[in-house]
Design a protein. Sequence first.
Length: 266
Amino acid sequence: MPDYHDDLRLAHVLADAADAATMARFKALDLKVETKPDMTPVSEADKAAEEVIRGQLQRARPRDAILGEEYGIEGTGPRRWVIDPIDGTKNYVRGVPVWATLISLMEAAEGGYQPVVGVVSAPALGRRWWAAKGHGAFSGRSLTSASRLHVSRVSKLSDASFAYSSLTGWDDQGRLGGFLDLSREVWRTRAYGDFWPYMMVAEGSVDLCAEPELSLWDMAANAIVVTEAGGTFTGLDGRPGPHSGNAAASNGLLHDEFLGYLNERY
């Protein structure tokens, strides 16, 4: 099995560069923000962070393809870096510290590209999480100063903590009934949003999380961190991996029951 150590080390270097670019403009009074055609915001920091990452990848991995939220796909081949320069831009532009840069390396495999390396860096929170296929998931200050992550062992929905982003998307998809039924069944619900619930699942502090509408760059890094921590990451359709356009992550013990609620009235 490949160890992916060099790729993981590079992903940390990329995250360091992105952190410098994003933190330099976080809470800046003159931050420039535009609205994209899909009506979501994009800041100058989103663009700067992706440009920095792309520049370093083009020098360090010129044969690899790059897919980023702001500048699309570049290159072809069996290896593809997938980048969300700021996951949580709405938080970022309002000065809320819950946002992160998501960096994943995906490799061609049966069923499509699959993540083999992932780094989630949240500099305003002072946190970073990462994983490589077959080598576990970790959180810490650096590759040499880290703690291994493990999902929880909660096995009953009535004892489970469920995290989500908002109610809007569930209602739009006609899944709100099942979502609300689930929220009544579990021990606790909280709308942490964006990348953070997935990292909490990996850490074992949250047991379930889901979002009804996502892009690949929102999911690839999160997916491998969750699975390497021993959890399960699928679409709402139950398909493993980050390719369903939505996501459900859990400690694995509750996953089928979890999906049943989210699909019960769909």
